[in-house]
Design a protein around this ligand. Structure first.
Ligand code: BG6
Length: 483
């Protein structure tokens, strides 16, 4: 059937997304402190990344140079402008502003760096969308306080927010408090999102380190911190639009067996909606309270916390969407990989080389599911295909598979808009190749722009537009009419 709408709504925010620790590099320049991301080694599809409490000589740390955006942001932003970006999602590295997290004064050189980045974006009329905390925190906060497990970190974060809200009051309008805040509902989030040193062997994906009590308490601290930031941000500039950001785990029941259907709903509630119910509606939902009770999780709250959560509701909802999984009451089903957590194989879907099942229709389902619940504006702030690219002899990169993936997802966004969903923007993940968060690889590429660098850190860092670069430019030019 022909889509009801041809183009996206006027003013639709097309763009791309990155995160500081995956692209900036310059890990010890400009007064920057060591972050949790800086002590992560690289891994691979099969070998997990390691957390090294002290930097090891001779070990390769992908964040240290990353793609050197710190020195090349002008060249990169120029390329984004050439594609016609209306918005650029980026994060601020907390450690550039407060190198140790608990410093009395911010680091001027770090603040200056983002002044320059925002000025460069302004030159091309690209709206910044800033993630305040994207999978990194000052490592000092891990060492001294065990990261977000400690309530004190709320104050450090709020001070950091106040500093950047005031400094960039007139140049940034769109903010996200935490990237994929629901990562802390999963063991994988312990270190990467919670800055909590996990027990065990230091492997990032170590499932033994699964202390729910610590994770949910840390999550509570982040939810309170997020609410405080929203309230404060609105006081500093009433025109700020501050959003939540959820890693949406689209999960289908493997069969129509009622137990499977119920499990899928419970997964949707706990993994996806627990955090956004707090951030959008301002209170923990009943199913969360039940889960805490049944699992002996005791969330320690201060007197004002409930009031704080109520007063700090977000203006819009954003999420990442890469894939879908299935769930079953039968323990003997085949597992498959995924973003943040494993799930079951869906016989109707194909998967990427990293085992992430490709499901464009799941995006339409997800958009409807979210909008039906909240009725607030939505942005898809991460979506894309991690794939190996080959540079041909003539220097071209023909990433038709990536075009295909994005085209099918954009079509489903159109469908969702026709369904009535208030979708206001789309930023594809890793619009320029960058370091993979889960594996640390460079060769798991998402970009429209190729960066000449391999998994060992070798390469010239030269930027080359891929075939998808020209395709996306056309998509933006025609406001989604020509896919
Ligand atoms: C999201 C993160 O979970 O997925 C990004 O917000 C990450 O930081 C992206 O890079 C893709 O995952 P990966 O592991 O392929 O880099």
């Amino acid at each position: 059937m022909e889509n009801l709408i041809k183009k996206f709504p006027e003013g639709f925010l097309w763009g791309g997304a990155t995160a500081a620790n995956q692209c900036e590099g310059a890990y010890n320049e400009g007064g920057k402190g060591l972050s949790t991301a800086d002590i992560l080694t690289s891994g691979s599809r099969t070998a997990p990344r390691r957390i090294t409490p002290v930097l090891e000589e001779g070990t390769y740390y992908p964040s240290h140079e990353a793609i050197d955006f710190y020195h090349r942001y002008k060249e990169d932003i120029k390329l984004f402008a050439e594609m016609g970006f209306k918005v650029f999602r980026m994060s601020i590295a907390w450690t550039r502003i407060f190198p140790n997290g608990d410093d009395a004064e911010p680091n001027e050189e770090g603040l200056k760096f983002y002044d320059n980045v925002f000025a460069e974006l302004k030159k091309y009329n690209i709206e910044p969308l800033v993630t305040i905390s994207h999978y990194e925190a000052p490592y000092n906060l891990t060492k001294k306080y065990n990261g977000w497990a400690n309530r004190k970190v709320i104050d450090f974060y709020v001070k950091y927010c106040e500093t950047i809200f005031k400094r960039y009051r007139d140049v940034v309008k769109y903010w996200l408090t935490f990237n994929e805040i629901n990562a802390l509902t999963m063991p994988f989030g312990t270190f990467i999102a919670g800055a909590i040193m996990p027990e065990g062997n230091g492997e990032l994906t170590n499932s033994k380190s699964n202390n729910e009590q610590i994770r949910y308490q840390a999550l509570h601290h982040q939810l309170v911190a997020s609410a405080k930031a929203v309230k404060l941000g609105h006081e500093i500039n009433k025109n700020f639009k501050i959003g939540c950001m959820i890693a949406y785990m689209c999960t289908y029941p493997l069969t129509c067996k009622p137990e499977d259907v119920l499990l899928a709903q419970q997964k949707d509630n706990l993994s996806n909606f627990l955090c956004s119910d707090v951030q959008v509606r301002g209170a923990y939902p009943g199913f969360a309270k039940r889960y805490f009770k049944e699992n002996n999780i005791n969330i320690v709250m201060e007197e004002d916390d409930e009031k704080t959560l109520k007063e700090g509701c977000v203006d819009f909802y954003t999420f990442s969407y890469y894939m879908s999984n299935c769930i079953s009451s039968d323990p003997n089903q085949e597992e498959i990989g995924g973003n943040l957590s494993m799930g079951l194989k869906n016989p109707y879907l194909k998967a990427s080389d990293w085992g992430w099942q490709i499901d464009p229709k799941g995006l339409r389902w997800t958009l409807n599911n979210i909008y039906n619940r909240y009725q607030i504006p939505i942005m898809v702030v991460e979506n894309g295909l991690g794939a190996v690219d080959t540079v041909e002899e003539d220097g071209s990169i023909n990433d038709d598979y990536r075009i295909e993936y994005l085209r099918e997802h954009i079509k489903e966004m159109k469908e969702a808009i026709a369904d009535g969903v208030d979708l206001i923007g789309y930023t594809t993940w890793g619009c320029i190749d960058l370091v993979s968060a889960s594996t640390g690889e460079m060769e798991k590429r998402y970009g429209f722009i190729y960066v000449d660098k391999d998994n060992e850190g070798k390469g010239t860092l030269k930027r080359i537009p891929k075939k998808s670069f020209y395709w996306y430019k056309k998509v933006i030019e025609t406001n989604g009419e020509e896919l």
